[in-house]
Ligand binder design. Structure first.
Ligand SMILES: Nc1nc2c(c(=O)[nH]1)N[C@H]1C(S)=C(S)[C@@H](COP(=O)(O)OP(=O)(O)OC[C@H]3O[C@@H](n4cnc5c(=O)[nH]c(N)nc54)[C@H](O)[C@@H]3O)O[C@H]1N2
Ligand SMILES: Nc1nc2c(c(=O)[nH]1)N[C@H]1C(S)=C(S)[C@@H](COP(=O)(O)OP(=O)(O)OC[C@H]3O[C@@H](n4cnc5c(=O)[nH]c(N)nc54)[C@H](O)[C@@H]3O)O[C@H]1N2
Ligand code: SF4
Ligand SMILES: [Mo]
Length: 684
């Protein structure tokens, strides 16, 4: 049978590779060997044929004129963008000889990989790359930029990333969409909620910004950033006081419910209202709604945990369904991430045994600091699946580090990204459509195999192939560094020890394309917490010096600045992916800063003015949108925009590289800024 990539005309199956919880099944329409249309796969059990506009327009990114076709070598200064094409042989030889020299002179720890999930495929994002860097003995990267604080928080309560099944949520009667801009970032969650609404379900959205998701809610609750833990504790206070807790559930499935009852006494509605900005009567109303509606479901977002106290916030919210016994109700409970159900054979895929002795670990949120460190400096950076010059916090430090003349930087990407502009060598990457890979759901619970649907673009190569080439050039003999992609998939899905991973072979997966995690009915009786139960009281946290019971912990003060600044993602980009594609930029128009009218009036700022946003870390300039979408004292922007000549769109110039309370997580949304009009004139 012809491979999908060789089919010239027809429709072939695929799956979305982007860092999005929906992980949609796709159908790719081809004509004369090229993609002419991308649509949803109606056979996919959860995404059912609908996809977002971003990926509907993905073809324009795949065939964008700006896509890299060959390796490049820098000929101008760092950041200037002058490159000439070179062969793969020369590129690999240049990297290998430089690294051999560095290893001999300063040790392999002077080399740092930097990657994230530009492609969610296990082989591409955490497969051959991990094997290679383990064998190399380079510095290791702690991949903390996205959701680790919340995942750690959820784990303290529930033992791991195990939440409710979206396929059961058609039964749900109350959705609390908490700190997640689901219309843009998890559209099928919103579609399920809307369908349930037709049968009487209510949708409550709790957010610092009344954005596209808040506008669709039956009830939108605005809240001050970083205070959601206090709101959850206020709800607990009322649930206990008004006898809305399920004591038999608490007794059987939890530890610490009696200590928690005494502890939440201090979180009376008045106190909580003063912390959160949510009025007392709304706290009562929400607690009673939550305590009396079944099934009730909390979708916990990533917005909540990009804060100094993000781990504790998620841990606290994750306790709520235990108080009401909702974990046992079909369509009830909570979901932050469901990645635990499909946790595959990581040892076999990543081969940590290839790392002969422990090496230093660098937190990716502190890349700027790491590159500016003069003791044991990082001498070489290898970037793939990520664009740190725009996405990492303290962007000015990151760029200062990337500008270092003595730093040998390699970037493997589909485009000449802002980061690639600082590279010595740029390598062209295939898109996920050109690769073999497996994808494991993080929200729905399906495993997917992806086979290439088009041939490689130009001379581009997949991540797995680049690391095989580098291993060969460095003289690494291990078979693990030679395995082909099919072998990698087989190793990842074989001998999996978790009870939920489906028993499946490569060929079966090839035929079925998507397979669900196994039945999890008994899950609550075998949680992976130390006690095996839901831990309302956590001794683990106590040992770490954190409060063992859920507790409101205020954000770190930055006293000279008036506004909390929340620079989140936008609708038409995926982090910086699509921020360089004309179609998506046109749809998004321009980045805005949302500000409350009271603040704007006080500062003499009018709608559509260009404003300067600044703090001790840096500055940027955005057009202001004045209104009631945010509370006073808060400003919000959307999107990680590309460097554009004459524009200062780099929001991460302002964000802190402080580390969150748990997991080494990012604190993008806990920074403070001042805002002032730039010229007093309107931009439109
Ligand atoms: N269209 C689109 N989709 C995406 C992405 C994208 O860039 N664009 N990125 C993908 C990635 S990598 C991720 S991690 C997810 C992220 O997607 P989400 O989980 O939705 O997270 P964010 O969009 O960062 O933040 C969600 C919401 O939290 C709010 N928020 C911020 N701070 C607080 C707070 O303290 N309390 C409350 N209640 N709300 C708060 C923000 O206003 C925002 O509306 O989306 C993925 N999907
Ligand atoms: N201010 C602020 N900053 C944030 C966030 C925020 O909300 N606000 N969100 C944070 C979060 S949650 C995340 S997850 C990060 C995301 O940050 P990144 O993971 O850096 O995400 P992208 O910007 O999409 O960059 C992915 C890059 O990978 C490339 N790529 C895609 N597929 C492949 C492949 O197969 N091989 C190779 N070699 N390259 C490939 C793409 O072309 C793209 O340039 O950003 C973080 N930064
Ligand atoms: S980005 Fe998300 S919603 Fe869009 S196609 Fe991919 S998985 Fe589906
Ligand atoms: Mo993310």
């Amino acid at each position: 049978m012809k491979s999908y990539a060789d089919i010239e005309n027809g429709v072939v199956p695929s799956v979305c590779s982007l860092d999005c919880p929906d992980q949609c099944g796709l159908l790719i329409h081809k004509k004369d060997g090229k993609i002419i249309k991308i649509e949803g796969d109606p056979e996919h059990p959860v995404t059912k044929g609908s996809i977002c506009n971003k990926v509907r327009n993905m073809g324009q990114r795949i065939y964008d004129d700006k896509r890299l076709e060959t390796p490049l070598k820098r000929v101008g200064g760092k950041g200037e963008g002058q490159f000439v094409p070179i062969s793969w042989d020369e590129a690999i030889e240049t990297i290998a000889s430089r690294w051999k020299q560095l290893i001999a002179e300063e040790g392999a720890e002077s080399i740092l990989p930097y990657s994230f999930y530009g492609n969610m495929g296990k082989l591409s994002a955490e497969g051959m790359d991990r094997r290679f860097f383990h064998r190399l003995g380079s510095s290791q990267l702690d991949r903390t930029i996205c959701s680790v604080a919340g995942s750690a928080g959820f784990r303290y309560t529930m033992g791991g990333s195990f939440g409710s099944d979206p396929e059961e949520m058609t039964e749900t009667k109350l959705f609390i969409i908490w700190g997640v801009n689901a219309v843009s970032t998890n559209m099928h969650q919103m579609m399920i909620a809307q369908k349930a609404r037709k049968h009487g379900a209510k949708i409550v959205v709790i957010d610092v910004h009344k954005n596209q998701t808040g506008r669709m809610a039956d009830w939108f609750i605005p809240i001050l950033p970083g205070t959601d833990g206090a709101l959850a504790l206020g709800i607990m206070h009322i649930l206990y006081k008004d006898n809305l807790v399920d004591r038999s559930f608490l007794k059987e499935y939890t530890v610490g419910y009696e200590e928690l009852e005494g502890h939440v006494d201090q979180y009376d509605p008045q106190t909580v209202a003063s912390i959160t900005g949510v009025p007392v009567e709304d706290i009562y109303k929400l607690a009673h709604m939550y305590g009396t509606t079944s099934p009730s479901m909390i979708r916990i977002g990533n917005g909540l945990q990009h804060h100094d106290n993000g781990g504790m916030i998620v841990r606290t919210i994750a306790c709520l369904p235990a108080l009401t016994g909702q974990w046992l109700v079909k369509g009830g409970g909570a979901v932050k991430s469901n990645s635990g159900y499909l946790s595959y054979n990581k040892e076999a895929l990543q081969r940590p045994d290839l790392l002969k002795k422990p090496t230093r670990v660098i937190n990716m949120n502190q890349l700027g600091q790491a590159l500016l460190e003069t003791e044991k400096p990082v001498r070489s950076l290898f970037v793939y699946n990520s664009n740190p010059a725009v996405v990492a916090p303290e962007a000015n430090k990151v760029r200062e580090g990337l500008s270092r003349g003595d730093l040998f930087t390699v970037v493997h990407d589909l485009f000449l990204t802002e980061t690639a502009m600082y590279a010595d060598i740029v390598l062209p990457a295939t898109s996920a459509f050109e690769n073999t890979d497996i994808y494991t759901g993080t929200w729905h619970q399906y495993l997917h195999l992806h086979e290439p649907v088009i041939p490689p673009y130009g001379e581009s190569k997949p991540n797995t192939e680049v690391f095989r080439l580098l291993a060969e050039a460095l003289g690494f003999e291990e078979q693990a560094l030679k395995d082909n992609d099919e072998a990698l998939v087989q190793q990842a899905i074989s001998d999996v020890t978790t009870p939920y991973f489906p028993d499946i072979t490569y060929d079966e997966l090839k035929n079925k394309r998507f397979v669900k995690a196994k039945n999890t009915d008994e899950h609550l009786r075998h949680l992976q917490t130390p006690s095996g139960k839901i831990e309302l009281y956590s001794e683990q946290l106590e040992r770490k010096g954190l409060p063992p019971l859920p507790t409101h912990m205020p954000l770190i003060e930055e006293p000279d600045f008036s506004f909390l600044f929340v620079p989140g993602p936008n609708h038409n980009f995926m982090n910086t992916t699509f921020a360089n594609n004309d179609k998506h930029v046109k749809l998004e128009k321009e980045p805005k800063l949302f500000m409350n009218q009271e603040d704007a009036a006080r500062l003499g700022i009018e709608n559509d003015m260009l404003v300067r946003i600044w703090n001790h870390r840096g500055e940027c300039e955005l057009t202001v949108s004045v209104g009631d979408q945010v509370l006073p004292g808060v400003v919000v922007s959307q999107g990680l925009w590309s460097d554009t000549p004459g524009k200062k769109y780099l929001v991460n110039a302002l964000t802190p590289d402080r580390i969150a309370d748990m997991g080494g997580g990012a604190t993008f949304f806990s920074g403070r800024v001042n805002v002032e009009a730039v010229r007093g004139e309107k931009t439109v």
